[in-house]
Write a protein that binds this ligand. Structure first.
Ligand SMILES: NC(=O)c1ccc[n+]([C@@H]2O[C@H](COP(=O)([O-])OP(=O)(O)OC[C@H]3O[C@@H](n4cnc5c(N)ncnc54)[C@H](OP(=O)(O)O)[C@@H]3O)[C@@H](O)[C@H]2O)c1
Length: 292
């Protein structure tokens, strides 16, 4: 009989050595990665190894009590992921998810304006990917967008580096690069930047992510709606869309699906929904975007 898969494969050997049992969830990704890269590992053995690990992938969601964040949490749980919901207010989180007593849902306090060390503790060493769905809450602090949408996201990325999390999904916005797109006079660009340069703040954070080396998917949705979807997802490359809207349910879906498809890695995607758009599979949507 052939030697066990992990013993035979030198790549696995290295990772097995460096990843302790607390990183078992991450090793599932390595299995998938090996499968993707077309190594000699058979599909059957990979599936078996996944079963043996019997660990759910754990995803940290920042901004989990937000309108998009809570949908991301719900969809992740429905897909069988374990979720660490990063929230500012634990009581609010318990109320938000009061109808969901899924044992795979865990709440942890996480204010993205805290130092990255503290956020790293919240993310922990058992997390495989971080989804950031934060956005400043309007108030008297004019610097809030800069603190939350720029520095907050940067803090989260730095925290990921500290605990070796190498997958980061950001919910950003279309028009973040509106100035470069010739959209300086677009009312949405003006409106959003009047409040503390929100789009400029988000663009700064995006640039940090892109330079960080982390495997990212930056999702830039159009105007967000709470209503259920009324059209199919249209996905375009960065700096393409300057109008349109999309249901938060679909934004959450794109975020969750981006975890499943290698075609989503290292990409910036802009999304809206249109009733006349054809329904396309996610590997096709992500695959159609050229890596930036
Ligand atoms: N509104 C639009 O049409 C639109 C369009 C395109 C993109 N976007 C972007 O899409 C994202 C999601 O939007 P949304 O409307 O669904 O969000 P939202 O309902 O406003 O939720 C924002 C979330 O961010 C959290 N948050 C705020 N400050 C924080 C901090 N310092 N630390 C940790 N968490 C913090 C909030 O926590 P609490 O619940 O504790 O307040 C909340 O969970 C945002 O980045 C937004 O800018 C919005």
């Amino acid at each position: 009989m052939a030697a066990p898969l992990i013993a035979r494969n030198p790549i696995f050997h290295t990772h097995r050595f460096t990843l302790s049992s607390s990183f078992r969830a991450k090793s599932i990704s390595l299995l998938n990665f090996a499968k993707m890269e077309g190594s000699e590992i058979s599909e059957e053995v990979v599936e078996k190894a996944q079963d043996d690990l019997s660990v759910k992938k754990k995803i940290f969601v920042a901004g989990a009590t937000g309108s998009t964040g809570k949908r991301i949490v719900q969809q992740l749980l429905a897909k069988g992921f374990a979720v660490k919901a990063g929230v500012r207010d634990l009581d609010k989180a318990r109320t938000t998810f009061s109808s969901n007593n899924n044992p795979s849902l865990q709440f942890v306090r996480a204010d993205v304006t805290d130092a990255s060390d503290k956020l790293a503790e919240a993310i922990g060493d058992d997390t495989e990917a971080v989804v950031c769905a934060t956005g400043f809450r309007p108030g008297w602090d004019l610097l809030a967008p800069w603190k939350v949408d720029n520095f907050g996201t940067v803090n989260l990325v730095e925290a990921c580096r500290k605990v070796n999390v190498n997958r980061f999904i950001l919910i950003s916005s279309i028009l973040v690069n509106g100035a470069a797109m010739g959209q300086l006079l677009n009312p949405a660009y003006i409106f959003l930047n009047v409040f503390g340069l929100t789009l400029v703040a988000k663009l700064q954070a995006e640039n940090h992510i892109r330079k960080s080396g982390i495997n990212y998917t930056i999702i830039r949705p159009g105007g967000l709606k709470n209503e259920p979807p009324t059209g199919n997802v249209v996905m375009e490359p960065e700096d393409t869309l300057y109008e349109g809207s999309i249901s938060r349910d679909q934004v959450a879906e794109v975020a969750v699906e981006s975890l499943a498809y290698p075609e989503a890695s290292y990409k910036v995607v802009e999304i809206v929904a249109r009733p006349d758009a054809p329904k396309r599979a996610y590997h096709d949507l992500f695959g159609s975007i050229i890596q930036a």
